[in-house]
Design a protein around this ligand. Structure first.
Ligand code: SF4
Length: 323
């Protein structure tokens, strides 16, 4: 039977039901775990999130347990997921929910949207997945699908929201529609080399099999090289000299040795290279004699430093240095 006899919606949702990945946050309609998964997935890949999502729910099974945790406990539980501001805002939201909503996640879209760290797209995901509301998701994957589907490479965000709303308005189940669009963008309609030959809506897509899609999807992000000296004051009795980094900026609120930025690339090899989204951090360890009074930064001696929330790059540096 010709594919055009089916609507885009029928083709896409049927494909999703047959091919969707089995993911733990898709096995529930409870807002709390779905909220946690949406925040974790904002900047982190599914394969990284999977074990951490399970660990998080084991440590914090309810909104109240998040609200009553200390910030250090939250940051430690988030360690390695990156973009730590998400964890702080999740913590603030849980405290707000405890104080104003008896720790019950609201079902009203505007109430969801008012929570710290929840933008329109995340609120749309939660409202549709948990409460079957006709609220679209417009994450990076869905934007890409819509732009290609309508053949509008430079389509403005405002127009994309209109397109997304129009599409979900005629869906039978908004949760299913949003999930299917997200899954299509994540698995077939990839930034580079979209798999149009496997795509359920190829007959409806203005950019299907277009060379231009493949060409214009190059990753143009430029990565800046940064050279950091990491000052290590390590005393067998006192511990390690660490400070909590400023909340705003790289590794905000995590614990780290003092760091100074080098203006030029040193002639020696770095002890560790850590890649962030737009920066390549070259880390050079500077070992200071153990009896030296630290002169870099306003830190404190931390005997139990292994238990603190450290940036992944610093923890990997320590591992390489056998600390
Ligand atoms: S046909 Fe190709 S470009 Fe169009 S939505 Fe499907 S995967 Fe993306």
């Amino acid at each position: 039977m010709p594919m055009l006899l089916f609507t885009r919606h029928q083709l896409l949702t049927r494909w999703y039901e047959q091919h969707a990945r089995i993911l733990p946050w898709r096995e529930t309609r409870q807002p709390y775990p779905i909220w946690v998964s949406e925040i974790m997935l904002q900047q982190t890949q599914v394969k990284t999130v999977l074990p951490r999502f399970v660990d998080w729910l084991t440590q914090f099974p309810t909104i109240t347990t998040v609200a009553q945790a200390t910030e250090d406990q939250i940051m430690k539980a988030w360690e390695g997921l990156g973009y730590y501001r998400r964890a702080r805002l999740l913590h603030q939201s849980a405290q707000h929910l405890e104080q104003h909503y008896q720790s019950i996640f609201p079902s009203n879209f505007d109430d969801i949207l008012s929570l710290p760290g929840i933008g329109r797209s995340t609120a749309g995901a939660i409202a549709s997945f948990c409460f079957e509301q006709y609220t679209p998701v417009l994450d990076g994957n869905v934007k890409r699908v819509l732009r290609r589907w309508y053949g509008e490479e430079n389509c403005a965000e405002k127009v994309l929201w209109q397109r997304a709303q129009q599409a979900i308005d005629i869906a039978v189940m908004p949760s299913l529609w949003n999930q299917a669009m997200m899954e299509l963008g994540a698995t077939l309609c990839k930034p580079r080399n979209p798999l149009c030959n496997q795509c359920p809506i190829q007959a409806h897509c203005d950019n299907a099999f277009q060379d231009s899609v493949q060409k214009k999807s190059k990753n143009c992000a430029t990565i800046k090289n940064v050279y950091w000296q990491v000052h290590l004051y390590h005393d067998e009795h006192l511990g390690l000299w660490l400070h909590q980094r400023p909340r705003n900026g790289i590794w905000g609120a995590l614990w780290s040795p003092p760091i100074t930025e080098l203006q030029e690339e040193p002639a020696v090899q770095p002890d560790h290279i850590h890649l962030l989204t737009h920066r390549r951090l070259h880390l050079y360890a500077a070992h200071h004699p153990s009896k030296t009074q630290p002169t870099h930064g306003s830190g404190t001696w931390q005997k139990e430093w292994h238990t603190l929330a450290l940036p992944t790059g610093i923890r990997q540096l320590f591992q390489k240095l056998n600390m």
